[in-house]
Design a protein around this ligand. Sequence first.
Ligand code: UTP
Length: 292
Amino acid sequence: MEIRKAVLPVAGLGTRFLPATKAQPKEMLPVVDKPLVQYAVEELSSSGISMAIFVTGRGKDAIEDHFDSSPELEQMLKGHGKEQLLDQVRSVSSLVQMTYVRQKRPLGLGHAILVARELVGPEPFAVVLSDDVIDAPVPCVRQMMDVFERYGRSVVAIQQVSRSAVSSYGIIKAEPVPDHNLSGRLYRITDMVEKPDPRRAPSNLAIIGRYILTPAVFGELVSTPRGAGGEIQLTDALRRLLMKEPIYAYLFEGKRYDAGDKLGFLQATVEIALKRPDLGAAFRKYLKGLKM
Ligand code: UTP
């Protein structure tokens, strides 16, 4: 089946970024000049996804406004002959079709996905966490859709992390799948655990914020109790799903920035700015001139 829809959970409280996130959504923090959530929606659009389902909450209206059309602003830009900016502003609202549903309380990522059940319906779908910004030759979601097209099963994106970092992630236990088309990047998951103690972690393969899921995950989320941090964890529901159907893990090609974390956010800002044709050279010169 074709993947047409993606769920973007954006209802979290963003506590790691306080006080910046006290009155504005974490997902609207800009890396250079684009909010995090726009990087995610652009990735979906260039992957061929046609509908984004945002799971929002209180205080997240700015996200909806960002992707809406803005006639006054467009009129002003037109009047001032700022055609290039006008194109940019217009394109933001036409990247993909968008729809919104509310998570009344931030009970966890698993719960946020469950809230989107009716809008997703009985079809496989993508999940994108917009605080993971991924710079990749082929958009990460597209890479995963290609795996889904070959195997027809849920796929989670993974990356290798240091042993000391495993307690911040869902960690998988897995066996490599010999598939020469995927050059050693595919694994079949045998078990997984959310935020393990490094001494008990089954590997250093960490699940990051990109998933392709079969609709069977909803049946598991309904009965998943609260787990790590008192939240309904997606990893716990996937562990239950694993008893019923295979789940694959894909070592995606590209670089991920954990922009939900201050250091990761700064790294994303510096590296993305350096790659920008309009800023890179001047910014590189500035950085080289810093006395460190
Ligand atoms: P995070 O755990 O990274 O986000 O969730 P958070 O809870 O907002 O941030 P911290 O840890 O307090 O700093 C990953 C994604 O899932 C969403 C978040 O908005 C984020 O995009 N999320 C999380 C929800 O939509 N609902 C939740 O209940 C929890």
